[in-house]
Design a protein around this ligand. Structure first.
Ligand code: DC
Length: 234
């Protein structure tokens, strides 16, 4: 068997499609670094809300994105279920990123061209290290179009809302399925129709529907794909 030489894996898809879990498990299995780029847009949103910056003020939010220091570390055995730790200017804001206020405002923040340019620059620098699984909305189309393996993971909006409701409740928050479904659909609409880097699969991405499949099943299928002989070597 000839294993394809893959050093960058790009995973895109809508909110709660399972892409982050798949990406994380795949990175663990391959001993690759893992970067969930959504947390960078969330970090800016969190900081804007915290500092009283109006998220509708594109100039102020862009300025913030250029000046803010965002550090992402692997989890170090913290007992709160986190998969990684995010610091903004040295402060641990890992759980602040998942609040309803951040959910409600992050699509707007991530629609700003200046914010995207700054984040894409930082994401590319990370990707250049190699041996990376990077997850987001525009990784295969904009951030790492050269990635030799691009996956686009989707699921029905009803299933994605069900997962998000379950996650929220598991974290001890109250969560209403109807509200979450409306938020998922609203974010899909903004992410897919925004002017800059809208959510869409790269032309050469492999499409995966996770509605009826667990992340582990999907990771196993991807792993099998990586082990397949390269064309011409069968
Ligand atoms: O994956 P997530 O829900 O954490 O993403 C948060 C927001 O950030 C979402 O509205 C889309 C946006 N995002 C983006 O525009 N580009 C990325 N590469 C990752 C996320």
């Amino acid at each position: 068997m000839v294993k394809k030489q893959i050093s960058l894996i790009a995973i895109d898809g809508p909110a709660a499609s399972g892409k982050s879990t798949v990406g994380r498990l795949l990175a663990e299995k391959l001993h690759f670094l893992y970067l969930d780029t959504g947390c960078m847009y969330r970090a800016i949103t969190w900081a804007a809300l915290q500092r009283g910056i109006d998220v509708a003020d594109e100039t102020a939010v862009t300025q913030l994105a250029r000046n803010i220091q965002i550090d992402i570390y692997p989890a170090r055995g913290e007992a709160d279920g986190r998969h990684y730790t995010v610091h903004v200017d040295g402060q641990d804001i890992t759980w602040g990123l998942r609040t309803p206020a951040v959910d409600a405002n992050v699509s707007q923040v991530s629609s700003y061209l200046g914010v995207r340019r700054e984040m894409v620059k930082r994401q590319r620098a990370f990707g250049q290290r190699g041996a990376v699984v990077m997850v987001g909305r525009d990784i295969g189309t904009v951030v790492m179009p050269e990635a030799p393996l691009k996956l686009y993971i989707t699921a029905s909006s009803a299933e994605r809302a069900r997962r998000r409701t379950h996650d929220r409740q598991a974290q001890g928050h109250t969560a209403d399925y109807g509200d979450i479904l409306a938020d998922v659909q609203r974010r899909d609409e903004i992410d897919s129709n925004r002017e800059h880097s809208p959510l869409r699969p790269a032309a050469d991405a492999i499409l995966i529907d996770s509605t009826d499949r667990s992340p582990v099943e999907i990771v196993d299928a991807i792993f099998q794909m990586l082990k397949e002989p390269v064309n011409g070597n069968r």
